[in-house]
Each structure stands twice: as structure tokens, then as C-alpha cells.
Write a protein that binds this ligand. Structure first.
Ligand code: NAD
Length: 524
């Protein structure tokens, strides 16, 4: 591991004046602020206003007013905003990456990849939204004289609560289909990472999104959450399973829908015939990409006994050679954890595992010499289910190796978890890997990749099962969830019910034979 001391120059685009401008749109009438810091140094970057319940109610009122006009704007005109936004987002990717890096501490390679997510989502729905939102004639119960049309109506104002690990992607990408569908959005980013989503909103407005339609409120989750959920017509939440349950309960009490994208304890299964060097390369990204703070990342690796040592040797060598440090260029292969608090949490999982008998194959320690929240890429062996990291999500650069004897045992071990977000199967026999994938209880399963193939396939819904969530983003569902279906039924002539003077028995006879005729007609 490189022990280069921190010698940092903050990106030139991140000036105090620029950050003041960005946070100026966040309401904070009580004057309370939160010190948003640069992760690599701990220096305060800007005082982020904290929104009161009254501020949040006002934000919803403004959004609701703007939403009425937006919903009445033809879909084509709404989509034109996102065509322009796509160009702006790509052109400003480097400036966005600067903000993502200062506020999250991730390395530049991951920051720039994160900037690509909203344009990819825009591209997908620019092709698909008009079709999904168009009314669909379904036909009525009686041919010719009745019709029924499925009409898609926006929910109204969508509340989005986003986490810190992909603040730009979760804050903006989830808003795109909601806005295209005619909704307004009130976003609550994490306090630590509010800058990049605020910049995303500014770019959307530069592209022509009406002012007021996209509001941002800030504060600690438990302070802001209740008012936000009570005001919203739908809630899109990404975060931990524990918080997801709180959000889901409140949305349920309010009888509004919600989509909950939660944590994972994702397995990687390497089959006997796998290409080990590709699997190791995948595992390095899966375990240490984004400093292990990707919901779909790998925390458990299952290896056949026959190839365990080969994989272990190569994986430990690769992890130990990673270039880990703070820099705003593309050099480092791994950056910092998001905060000192989170680093302590990750450390507590490793300490607990070691105290209960696990072996550290590499890493295992904080690295204050690199920055306040750095932690080494860590590979463990001998992790069991009585250890914290054996059952709950660690969400850091920590991964455990396990061996298995039979494929059935590997499947059982992979499924032996409360989570079900992502998994991967590695084999040179793709049909066999696909067959095995079908046995994994997980919302996403990748063959010979960790997560990017699944996550970047924006046409397919992506979500979690079991404790990993409810609902999905991406795919048709990722836009339709922000709408209500209205059944618009028309009767051109009254034919249902007995004619004047007709005996009810006669009417029933004709109705029953009509049912048979209709079935035959529809079967043809
Ligand atoms: P978290 O649940 O602590 O916080 C997420 C967001 O919820 C933050 O904005 C936070 O301020 C807010 N929040 C916290 N308590 C709240 C409350 N009572 N009411 C309303 N809002 C509240 O999660 P985190 O630690 O910030 O993020 C990491 C977690 O997110 C990990 O578990 C990770 O797996 C998960 N995640 C899941 C996905 C996915 O798509 N499934 C994507 C990214 C992250």
C-alpha cells in the first residue's frame, strides 16, 4: 500500500463563494446550520442551512403550486428539458466530480463514474417516458358501446430521501423519472453530501426545469423525515434497512406509496471452472470500490475448496497493492470512508470479528496518516454468524472469504441472510452460472461481473428482496411508480340492465349467453 502523506490541493472549482451560492437555496429560517466538511482534511467547507418543519411545509407548498403547471405541460415539452440537461450534465461532469469528492472522500475514479448515472437514466427515459405516459385504450365490458382507458397521472409531490454513498446519483437519478412523469420533487440529501445534488438541481434549472419544481431541504433524518413524509404524495427512500422500516411505517400510516432501496450483505460465488484472475479483479472492485460503500458491493465470497488458496493468494496480493490515499486526481484506487464516525463503525466490525476468532489476511486498521477517515482494504477469514460482520452490513472495505464443498452448499450459504439485494456468480460455463443465479434469493444477480452490468441496465427494474427493500428503480416500474393509474370509462349507450318492460329472467338469460359469446370472441 502506498503511504504517500496527504499533500492536497482542493479542486479550483470548489470556492467558498460557489458553495455559498449552492446552499443558498436550502431553507433554514431558524438560522441553524450544519458544518459540511471536506472529508480528506476535516476542514469546514460551508455552513449548510437546516430546515425547520415550517420550512419544509413551505417548500412543499411552492413545489405543489409549480407541479400543477408542470403536469399540464405536454410531455414532449417536459422531456425537452431533460434532453438539454443531458448535455449539461455530461459537460459539467468534472465539476460535479469535484463536489462529490470533497463531500464524500471517495476516489476520483468512482466520483466521475457516479456523474454518469443521471445522464444514463435520462437517456433511458427520454426513449421510454412518452410511451409509458400515453393513455392506453383497454376496451370496455360491452364491445362498441363502452370503452376504458388507462390514464397515467402524476402522484403530485414526491419526497426523496437520499444517502451519502452516491449522493448525486441517488439524489438526482431518482428524481428524473418522477419529474418526467409530471411530479414536483422535494429532496432531502444527507447533510454530509448535499453539495453535488444541489449542483444537479441547478443544472436542471439551467436546462429549463421550472423554478420551484425541485426543492431541497436539509437536516438530520429524524428531524426532517416526519414532516417530509407527512407532506409527500409518495416517498422514494435509499438508505439503511433500519431507517427504511421507519420510513415505510410512516408512509403506510399516511396511505401513500413508497419505494425502499435498502442495504445488502451481498455474496459472490466463484464456481470451480471460473477464470480466477477475472474473479479476483471483480472482487477487488466489489469489496473496495467506493471504499466498500456501495449497496450492491461484496461482503461474502464463497470459493470451492479446490481453488480457495489460489484465489486467496491472488486476492490478498491485489488488495495489499492498492494505491490508497487522498488525492483529487485519478491516481488512487481507493479513497476514504465518508466520516470518522463511519470509520469507527467499520473498525468495530473488524475488531469484533477478530475478538471472536476471525483472521485478518490483510488490512484491518484505520489509517489516520492518510486522512481522518481512512481504513485499510481488509480481507478476513474464519468469519461466522456470531460476528457482527457475519450477519449485518459493514458497508466498508471489509470482505470475508469462505470455502464450500458442493454447489448446493454454496447456494445455501449465499441465501443464508436476511438481505437480498445483489449477488454474483463466476464461471466459464455461462448457462450453468445462469441456472445457479436463478436459485439465489436476490433482486439482482450478475454473471461474471459484480454489479455494473445489472445497475447500468436502466431498462430492467433493480431493487431488493427480503430486508433489502420494497419496489425498484429503473425499468418501466421506475417511472410508473411515480404515477397513479386512472381508469377512465365511457358508456356511449346504456345497454347494461333490463330493457323497459323486459322480465328479469329474460334479461339474465341474455346476459349469461352474452358472457359466453364475449369469452369466445376474446379467445379468438
Ligand atoms: P441511513 O438510513 O442512515 O440514511 C439515509 C438517509 O435517510 C439520509 O439522508 C438520512 O439523513 C435519512 N434518515 C435517517 N434517519 C431518518 C429518519 N428517521 N427519517 C427520515 N430520514 C432519515 O443510511 P446511510 O448510512 O446514510 O446510507 C448507507 C445505507 O444505504 C447502506 O445500508 C446502503 O446499503 C444503503 N444504500 C442502499 C442503496 C440501494 O439502492 N439499495 C443505495 C445506496 C445506499
Amino acid at each position: 500500500m502506498t503511504l504517500t502523506p496527504v499533500g492536497l490541493t482542493r479542486p479550483a472549482s470548489v470556492t467558498g463563494a460557489f458553495l455559498e451560492q449552492l446552499v443558498a437555496r436550502v431553507p433554514g429560517s431558524a438560522g441553524a446550520t450544519w458544518k459540511l466538511t471536506e472529508v480528506y482534511t476535516g476542514d469546514v467547507l460551508v455552513e449548510l442551512p437546516q430546515s425547520t418543519p415550517e420550512d419544509i411545509e413551505r417548500a412543499f407548498a411552492v413545489a405543489r403550486e409549480a407541479q400543477r403547471k408542470w403536469a399540464a405541460t405536454p410531455v414532449k415539452q417536459r422531456l425537452a428539458v431533460f434532453k438539454r440537461a443531458h448535455t449539461l450534465f455530461v459537460d459539467h461532469a468534472r465539476a460535479v466530480a469535484d463536489l462529490i469528492q470533497v463531500e464524500s472522500g471517495k476516489n476520483r475514479r468512482m466520483a466521475i463514474e457516479e456523474t454518469c448515472d443521471p445522464p444514463m437514466v435520462m437517456s433511458h427515459y427520454l426513449k421510454r417516458a412518452a410511451k409509458l405516459l400515453a393513455p392506453v385504450k383497454r376496451g370496455g365490458p360491452v364491445p362498441l358501446v363502452t370503452s376504458s382507458t388507462e390514464v397515467r397521472r402524476p402522484k403530485g409531490v414526491v419526497g426523496i430521501i437520499a444517502p451519502w454513498n452516491f449522493p448525486f446519483a441517488t439524489g438526482i437519478s431518482d428524481a428524473v423519472p418522477a419529474l418526467m412523469a409530471g411530479n414536483a420533487v422535494v429532496l432531502k440529501p444527507d447533510n454530509k453530501t448535499a453539495l453535488s445534488p444541489l449542483y444537479g438541481v441547478r443544472l436542471l434549472e439551467e436546462a429549463g426545469l421550472p423554478k420551484g419544481l425541485f426543492q431541497v431541504v436539509c437536516g438530520e433524518g429524524p428531524d426532517v423525515g416526519p414532516t417530509l413524509i407527512d407532506q409527500a404524495d409518495y416517498v422514494m427512500f435509499t438508505g439503511s434497512t433500519a431507517t427504511g422500516k421507519v420510513i415505510g411505517e410512516r408512509a403506510g400510516r399516511n396511505l401513500i406509496g413508497c419505494c425502499l432501496e435498502l442495504g445488502g450483505k451481498n455474496p459472490m460465488i466463484v464456481l470451480e471452472d471460473a477464470n480466477i484472475s477475472e474473479a479476483v479483479q471483480g472482487a477487488v472492485f466489489g469489496a473496495f470500490g467506493n471504499t466498500g460503500q456501495i449497496c450492491m458491493h461484496v461482503e461474502r465470497i464463497y470459493l470451492p475448496e479446490s481453488r480457495y488458496n489460489e484465489f486467496k493468494t491472488a486476492f490478498v496480493a491485489a488488495a495489499s497493492a492498492l494505491d490508497v490515499r487522498a488525492a483529487y486526481d485519478f491516481g488512487p484506487e481507493m479513497g476514504s470512508l465518508v466520516s470518522v464516525d463511519h470509520m469507527r463503525r467499520v473498525k468495530s466490525h473488524v475488531d469484533d470479528a477478530v475478538a471472536k476468532g476471525a483472521t485478518v489476511l490483510c488490512g484491518g486498521k484505520p489509517r489516520p496518516d492518510l486522512g481522518p477517515a481512512f481504513f485499510e482494504p481488509t480481507i478476513l477469514e474464519g468469519v461466522t454468524k456470531d460476528m457482527l460482520c457475519g450477519v449485518t452490513e459493514t458497508f466498508g472495505p471489509v470482505v470475508a472469504l469462505h470455502s464450500y464443498r458442493t454447489v448446493d452448499e454454496a447456494v445455501a450459504l449465499a441465501n443464508d441472510t436476511d438481505y437480498g439485494l445483489n449477488a454474483s456468480v463466476w464461471s466459464t460455463d455461462v448457462p450453468a452460472a445462469r441456472a445457479l443465479a436463478a436459485r439465489i434469493e436476490s433482486g439482482n444477480v450478475n454473471v461474471n461481473d459484480i454489479l455494473a452490468t445489472a445497475y447500468a441496465a436502466k431498462g430492467t427494474p433493480s431493487g431488493g428482496v427480503k430486508n433489502s427493500g420494497v419496489g425498484a428503480r429503473h425499468g418501466d416500474q421506475g417511472l410508473l411508480k411515480y404515477t397513479d393509474g386512472q381508469n377512465l370509462a365511457v358508456l356511449k349507450k346504456q345497454v347494461m340492465g333490463p330493457r323497459p318492460g323486459q322480465h328479469y329472467e329474460k334479461y339474465v338469460e341474455s346476459m349469461l349467453s352474452g358472457l359466453k359469446t364475449l369469452r369466445k370472441l376474446r379467445l379468438r
